[in-house]
Design a protein around this ligand. Structure first.
Ligand code: ATR
Length: 273
C-alpha cells in the first residue's frame, strides 16, 4: 500500500492521520498514513530512510525549513514561503517540496467562508513562518493592500521587501495602526498563551471586518473572542485552514480533490469532546 507520513517533533497529537484517512475513504483511494516522530537532530536521515519506500509526507514543526533544504525541486509557492510542509516522491525518485499552508488559508476564506479577498485591505499580524507562507497566495487574490504588523518591526519590513514585487505590501508596528481594514489575520503565536496582539479595536469596522485566527482550540481563541466583542462581521479560527492545507497536499499526491466539509465537521465534533 502507498505510504504517507507526517513528520514532526512532537507529533503524537497530530490530526493529519485522521484527516487523510477520511479523505482516502471518501475518494476510494488506497493508502496508509501515519505519524513519524523524527529526531530533532536528524530529520534528513529519518526522511531519507522513509522515502526509500514512502510516497509522500507532510512536515510540521520544527522541520519545515529542513524539508525545504531536503527537497530536490520546489514549487514557486514553497520557494517564496522558504518552507516546505508537503513532500512528494516523483517517478525518478527525486523529492518535490511544496507549501500548501497559504493556499489552505485562502481556500478557507474564499470558498468555505465565501469571502472574496480581491480589492480588500488585509492586515496580517505576525512576521514568522506562518505569515511568510501566506503572503504569496494572499497577494495572488489581488487585495487592495496587505499590511504586515509585527512586535519586531524589522522582521515585518524584511518580509514586505521580499514580497514587494508581488503586490501592494507594507510593514508596520502594532501601535501605528488606527484605520479600519476589511480582514485581520492573526498569525502570531500569541494565542498559545491566551494573549491578543496589542492592536486597537478601531481596526474593526463593526459588521464589516472579517477576523481570522490561524490557531484553533476547543473554545474560541482569545483573538476570536476579542474580534467578536468588538463587532467583527465574522470571526473564524484556523481549523478550516488545517483541513484545506491537507486537502491540497492530498490533491498533489493523488490527483483527486477531497470534499473538506464533512471532514471539517468531524474535526469540529472531535475538538468539542
Ligand atoms: P510561526 O512559524 O508560527 O509563524 P514564528 O516564526 O516563531 O512562528 O513567529 C511567531 C510570531 O508571533 C512572530 O511574529 C512573533 O513576533 P516577534 O517576531 O516580535 O517575536 C509573534 N508573537 C509571539 N508571541 C507574541 C505576543 N505575545 N504578542 C505579539 N506577537 C507575538
Amino acid at each position: 500500500m502507498d505510504r504517507y507520513v507526517v513528520f514532526g517533533n512532537p507529533i503524537g497529537h497530530s490530526k493529519s492521520p485522521m484527516i487523510h484517512k477520511l479523505f482516502a475513504e471518501q475518494t476510494g483511494q488506497q493508502l496508509d498514513y501515519s505519524t513519524l516522530l523524527a529526531p530533532l537532530d536528524d530529520f534528513v536521515g529519518c526522511a531519507t530512510v522513509f522515502f526509500q519506500e514512502g510516497c509522500g509526507a507532510n512536515v510540521t514543526v520544527p522541520f519545515k525549513e529542513d524539508a525545504y533544504r531536503l527537497a530536490n525541486r520546489l514549487t514557486d509557492r514553497a520557494r517564496l514561503a522558504g518552507a516546505v510542509n508537503t513532500l512528494s516522491k516523483l517517478a525518478d525518485g527525486s523529492l518535490l517540496g511544496d507549501n500548501t499552508d497559504g493556499a489552505g488559508l485562502v481556500r478557507d476564506l474564499t470558498v468555505n467562508a465565501g469571502f472574496s479577498l480581491t480589492g480588500k485591505r488585509i492586515l496580517l499580524l505576525g512576521a514568522g513562518g506562518a505569515v511568510r507562507g501566506a503572503l504569496e497566495p494572499l497577494l495572488a487574490e489581488r487585495p487592495a493592500s496587505v499590511i504586515i504588523a509585527n512586535r519586531t518591526v524589522d522582521k515585518a519590513e524584511r518580509l514586505a521587501e521580499l514580497f514587494g514585487d508581488l503586490g501592494p505590501v507594507s510593514a508596520s508596528g502594532f501601535d501605528w495602526l488606527r484605520e479600519p481594514v476589511d480582514v485581520i489575520i492573526n498569525a502570531t503565536s500569541a494565542s498559545l498563551t491566551g494573549d491578543v496582539p496589542p492592536i486597537v479595536a478601531s481596526l474593526i469596522e463593526p459588521g464589516q471586518t472579517l477576523c481570522y485566527d490561524m490557531m484553533y482550540g476547543k473554545e474560541p481563541t482569545a483573538f476570536c473572542r476579542w474580534a467578536s466583542e468588538h463587532g467583527a462581521a465574522v470571526s473564524m479560527d484556523g481549523l478550516g485552514m488545517l483541513a484545506e492545507q491537507a486537502a491540497e497536499a492530498f490533491f498533489l499526491w493523488r490527483g483527486v480533490r477531497p470534499d473538506t466539509a464533512p471532514v471539517l465537521a468531524e474535526l469540529r465534533r472531535q475538538l468539542a469532546l
